[in-house]
Design a protein around this ligand. Structure first.
Ligand code: ZN
Ligand code: ZN
Length: 264
């Protein structure tokens, strides 16, 4: 399995996961044009994308979905029924071709040849948020952003993965002292908001193992966090976790350019 985070942050999220016979997008929060351009930067033709998994309805995850589905009829898109219902009702992403809409509910695992995808529920202020674990040939990538906290059930599902795409959204002091209104700060800090650097690092420390080689530090706030702060907290908390291999890589993500491509 090969993985690259094409873009990550509150302006748009989209990652590419490639197995022997599938090219998969995890979330579609960029315009069609930007998705195509970032895929081209990693030498992938957008016409080869055959699966898209959507985490939740927020536009930084969903805004390109309608365009991609209409323009590329080969794409089979997956989300849970609550997310589809919301998107169909809100018309936020335009018309959705019914024959390309597929359902994966929290707790369900679907198999696509050598790829298995497991959905699990998260805690976030969207209609029915969920995230995914992608497995292929005994390698696992766990994706988790946009959640107010990490429950023990979620920890169980993402435990001992080879790679993580994990939300490091905010530095708590920067958020408290920053420009957002208090209602918005309260929302972000709540159990239905986002993970702080500290909360993300502590959750990771609970679940990583000697198998874990890559951690993408994702969905970083542009106002309430810095790359250096997220990276430092992750490194510091994980250094106290004895299991991790010495060569584990913490990979920073950006809102507008792809990360390195990892091979699992
Ligand atoms: Zn988001
Ligand atoms: Zn969200």
């Amino acid at each position: 399995m090969r993985v690259v985070v094409l873009a990550s942050g509150s302006t748009g999220n989209c990652s590419l996961i490639m197995t022997r016979s599938h090219k998969v997008l995890m979330d579609s929060g960029l315009s069609g044009k930007q998705t195509k351009a970032l895929l081209a930067e990693v030498n992938v033709d957008i016409r080869d994308i055959d699966l898209v998994f959507l985490s939740h309805d927020h536009s930084d995850h969903s805004k390109g979905l309608g365009v991609l589905m209409r323009r590329y009829p080969k794409i089979a898109a997956y989300a849970n029924s609550g997310t589809w219902q919301y998107l169909l009702g809100s018309h936020k992403v335009g018309k959705l071709p019914a024959e390309q809409m597929n359902v994966i509910e929290p707790g369900q695992t679907l198999t696509f040849d050598e790829l298995q995808v497991t959905a699990f529920a998260t805690s976030h202020d969207a209609s029915e948020p969920q995230y995914y674990v992608f497995s292929s040939h005994h390698k696992r990538l766990a994706c988790l952003t946009d959640t107010g906290y990490v429950s023990t059930q979620v920890e169980q599902i993402i435990r001992a993965s080879d790679a993580y795409l994990m939300e490091f959204n905010y530095d708590t002091m920067m958020l408290r002292n920053g420009p957002y209104s208090w209602p918005l700060k309260d929302r972000i800090l709540s159990d239905y908001g986002h993970l702080s650097n500290q909360a993300a690092a502590e959750a990771l420390a609970d679940v990583v193992s000697e198998r874990t080689h890559f951690i993408f530090l994702a969905h970083r706030s542009q106002h309430n966090n810095t790359k250096a702060k997220a990276h430092a907290v992750a490194a510091q908390v994980l250094a106290q976790q004895g299991n991790l291999p010495a060569d584990v890589e913490l990979i920073d993500t950006d809102p507008d350019c792809p990360t390195k491509m990892i091979h699992l």
